[in-house]
Design a protein around this ligand. Sequence first.
Ligand SMILES: [Fe+2]
Length: 283
Amino acid sequence: MNAALSFEATNEILGSVKIPATPAVFMELHELMQKDEPDIDEVSAAISKDMGLAALVLKTVNSPFFGLRAKAKSIRQATTLLGLLNISNIVAGLALRRAMEDSGAPTPEHYWESPVNIGMVSAKLSRQFAGVSPDEAYMLGLFHNAGVPLMMMRFDDYLKTMGDAEASMVDVTQLEDERYKTNHAVIGYFVCRSWGLPEHVGELILRHHDVIEVLAENGGAMSKTGISLAVLKMAEHIDRRYWGKADDPEWDRWGEQVLAYAGISSTDFEDIVEDMTELLAAG
Ligand SMILES: [Fe+2]
């Protein structure tokens, strides 16, 4: 990808698409979390004010993917059980997802179910690796394709491009670069920046299709960036299996390396896929 060209084209495109405004609850939380010692009551109160969101937060944290020992009955209890930072990342993810949904971006049916599945599975998988927190894995899973609805809004033939990339086994960002001079990973990165999400989450979004390059960094030794991306790719694969879709060409190409990087044998991974798809079906 020609990054300079792509960023320039992206700026032009961003001028003609509307990035949904950052939700008020997210701004408020962001402010509360900047304090040296964020107050658990203030944070819980800010979330609870938005009843729809509070219900979603409880449903999310009580899902088996987050593995709480006891079910949280209130936002305050969920905050105590999961910790302030975790809960605020989960809220950010959910609030921003709702902002995208409300923006009227034309998305295919069930479009938002996959990111939610991928976020949940990522949170659960991340527990096996040191250095990756479930809430960040969740946020990355939920947001890695945030650029997609914006690309769809801007380019009428975007869905066709995604289909063409899959059919011709070409990397989707490569085909996007050819056709639009930018791609959904770059746009996603700008969305993250504009919402003030953690910088390293934005950088992972920017590079989420540069699988082999990211895994090869550090001489191939495990890093937080590498394992976060490996977790995302495993979760994406599990979501496809859940929907009964054919393997995605990216997984066909790099899946084995992803598993080797994470130190998971293909037999063990098959067990994981089975467990996770069962959890998703139960969820
Ligand atoms: Fe993507």
